[in-house]
Design a protein around this ligand. Structure first.
Ligand SMILES: [Zn+2]
Length: 84
């Protein structure tokens, strides 16, 4: 089985390119958002930027976005804002 280098967002009905990895650490209940890499793991979810930005961790979990350290694009340093 070969895995194409360009991967799609894990969300159903989304055709966006997966660019963000979500790592679920079940011990510390921390979801970590990382820039996508070639590493592939069963605990990872791959989302497009749009869905990653909208992702909210499960109840009782915290969320850490580590992409900002690597990306220098304009949207990278925005904090999580709650929009109605
Ligand atoms: Zn998506």
């Amino acid at each position: 089985m070969t895995i194409p280098r360009s991967r799609l967002c894990s969300r159903p009905l989304c055709a966006g390119d997966a660019q963000v990895l979500l790592l679920f650490d079940y011990e510390t209940r921390l979801v970590e958002l990382q820039a996508i890499s070639d590493a592939r793991d069963a605990n990872l979810m791959e989302l497009c930027v749009d869905h990653a930005d909208r992702f909210r961790p499960p109840q009782g979990w915290s969320c850490q976005d580590t992409r900002a350290e690597k990306l220098t694009t304009g949207a990278a340093d925005k904090e999580y804002t709650v929009r109605e």
